[in-house]
Design a protein around this ligand. Structure first.
Ligand SMILES: [Fe+2]
Ligand SMILES: [Fe+2]
Length: 454
């Protein structure tokens, strides 16, 4: 069935042009020249979208919109205004309109906007794609956050994807509301855009913590928020759902314990100074380490907290490396730089050993997270029997995070990998350096994938 549009504009000549364009593009259009007539029509008939002029005598576009909202809160409302109008697009958008067109607009931008709001299964631009190329985000998450320059997709009932927001375009609260009213619960970002999205969110959080004096509440909120983003990413990777829920609760417990220590909170703050990607890397490693430890049956809350803290600060030693090093991929290191880099576990050990809230277990994790059961790890080249088991857990999570989330030095692997690719790489290339039994359990975490991991 054709979509029904109600067009309201007191400028009859303009309205008639728009009317014709819409009819030609396959819409059914009713055009009236006064908002009061529009209100009459709305009583008789359901519309899929209302396109209204802003500047009209007696009742302007916003007043018209308010009247409509009294009886129907769901119909998408797009407003047109002239450049001369003192109403800025932002203030119009804040009223809850689904879109905004600045007069004079070309028909292409109008049709693009309408399609983005009124898309359906028959849309010719919808395409098939493996779900693993996308990251699903709850629609409410978009409402609470700022949108950046990302392409945003919806998933149609047929499973095909359709781009509804083009990079640079604004996804307004009103449009999100319209999507929600249509029953959409999620939107999708491409894997590479999702990384950018998370980065942007983490940067926002970091900006808060780095501004002047930061209260404890704000720091904890920052940790929680960053943790949530990394967790969200892991969830969309399709880790066993039951285990995920459990880890989510555990992370919440860990953060509560962490929040009691000013010392640990300050240390998290200083992770920022290493590199932009240090926070997401550290949090990723802490979450995956906890996941693996749980899967290994390590249930003690103390043990899990030690692993969490050890994983959070495992790369603290990179803090003394020059920026020229932390900002370039490992593969580009000179022999000298590599030698320097391989000292980072010991540097961290030195830095942290005087801290009352840092336990011996945490120190061991940090000192040994690059040791390998093969005896070829660094800095000490310890043999298998001498490596602390918790350090082996963190080593696996560390290698995995280098592949799937932004991490300092991980540009060496080019584009970030999907978890399926990362697991392959881990078994084929890195596997022999890691603890075999633990690696197997780690791989098992992803075998009962929630969706589309084939
Ligand atoms: Fe490291
Ligand atoms: Fe690391």
């Amino acid at each position: 069935m054709k979509k029904q549009i109600l067009l309201v504009d007191d400028d009859a000549a303009y309205a008639n042009v728009v009317h014709r364009v819409l009819m030609k593009s396959g819409y059914d259009v009713e055009t009236v020249y006064q908002p009061t007539q529009g209100l009459q029509l709305l009583k008789l008939k359901k519309f899929d979208l209302i396109l209204s002029d802003f500047k009209m005598p007696k009742m302007n576009g916003l007043q018209f919109f308010e009247e409509i909202r009294k009886t129907d809160s769901s119909v998408p409302f797009v407003i047109m205004t002239g450049f001369a109008n003192e109403h800025q697009p932002e203030s119009v958008i804040q009223t809850g309109a689904s879109g905004f067109l600045a007069k004079p607009f070309n028909s292409e931008s109008m049709l693009k906007l309408f399609k983005a709001i009124l898309f359906d299964e028959s849309d010719q631009e919808a395409f098939e794609a493996p779900e693993v190329e996308f990251r699903e985000l709850g629609i409410d998450e978009f409402i609470s956050g700022k949108i950046g320059n990302f392409n945003i997709f919806v998933r149609l009932e047929s499973g095909r994807f359709l781009k509804v927001v083009h990079s640079g375009e604004e996804l307004t609260p009103g449009r999100l509301l319209a999507y929600k009213k249509r029953g959409l619960t999620s939107l999708y970002l491409k894997l590479e855009d999702y990384q950018k999205y998370v980065d942007m969110q983490l940067k926002l959080a970091q900006a808060v913590t780095q501004s002047q004096v930061v209260s404890r509440e704000k720091r904890v909120a920052f940790v929680r928020r960053s943790n949530e983003f990394v967790l969200h990413q892991i969830f969309s990777f399709g880790v066993d759902e039951h285990l995920f829920q459990h880890v989510k609760n555990l992370m919440e417990l860990n953060i509560k314990t962490l929040a009691q220590s000013d010392e640990l909170l300050n240390l998290i703050g200083s992770l920022n100074s290493i590199s932009d990607q240090m926070i997401s890397h550290s949090m990723g490693v802490s979450i995956y380490s906890t996941l693996l430890a749980k899967a290994l049956g390590w249930d003690s809350q103390d043990a899990l907290f030690n692993i969490y803290v050890g994983a959070l600060f495992h790369d603290m030693g990179l803090r003394t490396m020059p920026l020229s090093m932390t900002q370039k991929p490992y593969v580009d290191y000179t022999a000298e730089e590599l030698k320097e880099y391989q000292r980072h576990p010991l540097i961290a050990l030195d830095m942290l050993k005087g801290f009352p809230d840092i336990t011996t277990e945490v120190l061991l994790i940090i000192a040994q997270h690059h040791e390998s059961p093969t005896g070829n790890g660094f800095p000490a080249g310890l043999s298998d029997a001498l490596i602390f088991p918790m350090a082996k857990v963190v080593a696996i999570a560390d290698e995995f995070c280098e592949l799937v989330i932004k991490s300092p030095g991980s540009a060496s692997h080019g584009v970030l990998r999907s978890h399926v690719d990362a697991l392959k790489f881990l078994t084929q290339i890195k596997g022999s350096f890691l603890d075999q039994k633990m690696l197997e359990v780690f791989l098992g975490l992803f075998s009962s994938t929630k969706k589309g991991a084939a």
